[in-house]
Design a protein around this ligand. Structure first.
Ligand code: NIG
Ligand code: FE
Length: 411
């Protein structure tokens, strides 16, 4: 063995390598009594434990793990979070349980607008520390890559500060972050929606592009927030600045955001609780990844998105936490449990949705979300013999250890 740091994980009872390559595999390709080796953070070989330990002796490795019959799965990818925020909205959770409506709270200056006030008052270091704390919890639940949106600034200065905080948090802890600009998250108080869209396009987007941190541009396309034409303007302007479109679509009402995502060839359309059969077909035909957020539906007591309709139409359904002050879940394990118990996904479909399909929702085509040769060696060792434990456990985490780029970053 030569060149770079070697990592070897062997004695794996059940290794989830990635999506099944043919029908006989089902959604996942799974190997028993398996092992993998990685060099410089990239998987170089996947084979039987015997073959790998012969070719890559664990005693020569910088990182060697005897999984002793446990299951190992790809690190989870969380493709939709609003994890950088300040303040506390637990009282709104209690109010919603008592019958208050999410959009009414927002219309009265609460919800997103309340978080915006808290963020504008928070210092940069506090934003970074808060985000890093949340990422630590996400990592402990197996997340190795996460998207994080701005969108609690709603002015140029604060949106740039949020993106910079994401960048700083990315550099100081193991979870890889994918930053998304979401200046069009809500209409600021006492501002006209059209005028605000003009500001997002004319002032915020050029500054965000110049800053050079954000990879995607997202918009909350919803009745009472941004309409379809406004969303189109924002997303087209984002694309002109090099930010690929994502969209919050058909969450509370069926407004046409999914059709817009199809028209634009967005990377993903997210939420989709009210998507119709026509929306499903349009998204599948245009290759838009549906990102379903069961934690949000669960927390709000809403119906879930129709995951089976998407799967039957051939979509690579992805799951995400949507972690934000309205959906306080940082766990991709919990999301998979909800996917299985509430949305009718098999545990295998839920795992695929939380790994490779979630990576597709971030445009990551380098093998992220799999443990195939050439992929980043991001893996979760479970304290269980089967991947099914991820969705099956209703109480504590099934995660025993997490590897990022071949190194143990949590145990
Ligand atoms: O995806 N729907 C819009 N944005 C977030 C909620 C943000 C908030 O309430 O703070 C979401 O659920
Ligand atoms: Fe969201």
């Amino acid at each position: 063995m030569s060149g770079g740091d070697l990592s070897v994980v062997y004695g794996i009872g059940e290794l989830v390598v990635g999506p099944g390559e043919d029908d006989s595999d089902g959604p996942l390709e799974i190997r028993e009594d398996a092992a993998f080796a990685a060099v410089d953070g990239e998987v170089v070989a996947v084979a039987s434990s015997e073959a790998i330990t012969r070719e890559y002796p664990p005693e020569n490795a910088a990182t060697a793990i005897d999984a002793d019959g446990r299951a190992v799965v790809p690190g989870f990818v969380d493709p939709h979070t609003h994890a950088v925020f300040a303040g506390d909205r637990s009282d709104e959770f209690a109010a919603k349980l008592g019958g208050a409506e999410y959009r009414e709270i927002l219309a009265e200056g609460g919800g997103i607008l309340r978080t915006v006030r808290a963020v504008r008052e928070a210092g940069d270091d506090r934003l970074v520390a808060s985000l890093a704390g949340h990422l630590e919890t996400m990592l402990a639940h197996g997340t190795t890559t996460a998207e994080v949106k701005s969108g609690y600034g709603l002015d140029t200065e604060t949106e740039l500060r949020l993106l910079a905080a994401i960048d700083r948090a990315d550099a100081r802890q193991p979870v890889d972050l994918v930053p998304t600009f979401m200046g069009a998250h809500a209409v600021p108080e006492r501002v006209d929606a059209e005028a605000y869209v003009d500001e997002v396009i004319g002032e915020q987007l050029p500054a965000v592009a110049e800053q050079g941190i954000a990879a995607f541009c997202d918009v909350f396309c919803e009745e009472g927030v941004f309409g379809v034409d406004q969303s189109r303007r924002v997303l087209e302007a984002g694309r002109e600045r090099g930010l690929e479109p994502k969209i919050h679509a058909e969450e509370f009402t069926r407004l046409g955001g999914a059709e817009l995502a199809a028209e634009l060839g967005a990377v993903s359309a997210d939420h989709l609780l009210c998507a119709t059969d026509e929306d499903v077909d349009a998204l599948v035909e245009s290759g838009v990844v549906p990102v379903l957020l069961p934690g949000t539906a669960f927390g709000l007591g809403e119906g879930y998105a129709d995951a089976r309709a998407f799967l039957e139409a051939g979509a690579p359904v992805a799951l995400a936490t949507d972690f934000n002050p309205n959906c306080h879940s940082r766990s991709m394990e919990f999301v998979q449990t909800l996917g299985a118990v509430e949305m009718g996904l098999t545990p295998a479909e839920a795992l695929l949705a939380a790994t490779r399909n979630a990576a597709l929702a971030l445009g990551l085509e380098d093998g992220t979300g799999t443990l195939r040769e050439g992929a980043p060696a991001d893996a979760v060792v479970l304290e269980a013999p089967s991947y099914v434990h991820v969705a099956y456990r209703l109480d504590t985490s099934a995660v025993e250890a997490v590897l990022k780029s071949g190194e143990v970053v949590y145990e």
